[in-house]
Design a protein around this ligand. Structure first.
Ligand code: G16
Ligand code: MG
Length: 221
């Protein structure tokens, strides 16, 4: 029954959130906006330009930057972020993920990457996971999470019925996107937070993910 498993990247496959934070923090400092790790939680799963918008709103500086200046700020943040990615190695893959991808391959169940990140292909390459996914959804030109588009596009690419797909996410916006796509939502992280976003089940760590439990979930909504 299980037709595809759709994985978020940041927070599910590896922890790139800290690098995003460091890069956003440096950019914010330069324009006189203070952000902390608690605020960074609100940027998880959110696209680059929408994240910048949230930072400007937070600093009450939305009206101070033209769209051209915003592009420059986003580029500076991304250049810094990409420079931090050189630290990523296969050991940075969260526990249980490589094994789950292997089990899916053995059972001919497509694994799809449904990340908001334009840097996803590079990150997967650094983790040594590039060939483990049947399809990587490009977030270009489609509405970001919590809209369902990234997940729907992934299912469509492999001809899977969303009803028999499972999405795995760590962010509230991501869980909302999976549910809006009509899929079963597995949350990784804080139980109450992700359950209130609509998660069907929440694990505190990726170590609890395995194929036999996923097989039971599909089609059980
Ligand atoms: C990730 C992060 C977000 C980031 C977004 C876009 O989402 O959680 O913080 O803003 O990707 O990344 P980039 O600037 O590399 O395009 P996900 O969907 O993998 O959790
Ligand atoms: Mg995420």
């Amino acid at each position: 029954k299980l037709q595809a498993v759709l994985f978020d990247l940041d927070g599910v496959i590896t922890d790139t959130a800290e690098y995003h934070f460091l890069a956003w923090k440096q950019m914010s400092d330069q324009i006189g906006i203070e952000i902390d790790r608690e605020f960074n939680e609100k940027l998880k799963g959110i696209s680059r330009m929408e994240s910048l918008e949230r930072i400007l709103v937070h600093g009450k500086k939305v009206d101070e930057f033209t769209s051209e200046q915003r592009e420059q700020l986003a580029k500076a943040k991304n250049d810094h972020y990409v420079s931090l990615l050189i630290h990523l190695t296969p050991e940075h893959t969260y526990p249980g993920i490589t094994e789950l991808l292997e089990q899916l391959r053995e059972h001919h169940i497509p694994a799809i990457l449904a990340s908001a990140s334009k840097n996803a292909p590079q990150i997967l390459a650094s983790l040594g996971l590039a060939d483990k996914f049947q399809y990587i959804v490009s977030p270009d030109g489609i509405p970001g999470k919590p809209a369902p588009d990234i997940f729907l596009k992934g299912a469509e690419a492999v001809g899977a019925d969303p009803l028999y797909c499972i999405g795995i996410e760590d962010a509230q916006a991501g869980i909302e996107a999976i549910k809006a796509a009509g899929m079963y939502a597995v949350g990784i992280g804080e139980h109450d937070l992700l359950q209130s976003a609509g998660a069907d089940i929440v694990y505190n760590s990726t170590t609890h993910l395995n194929l036999s439990s996923l097989l039971q979930m599909a089609g059980m909504k």
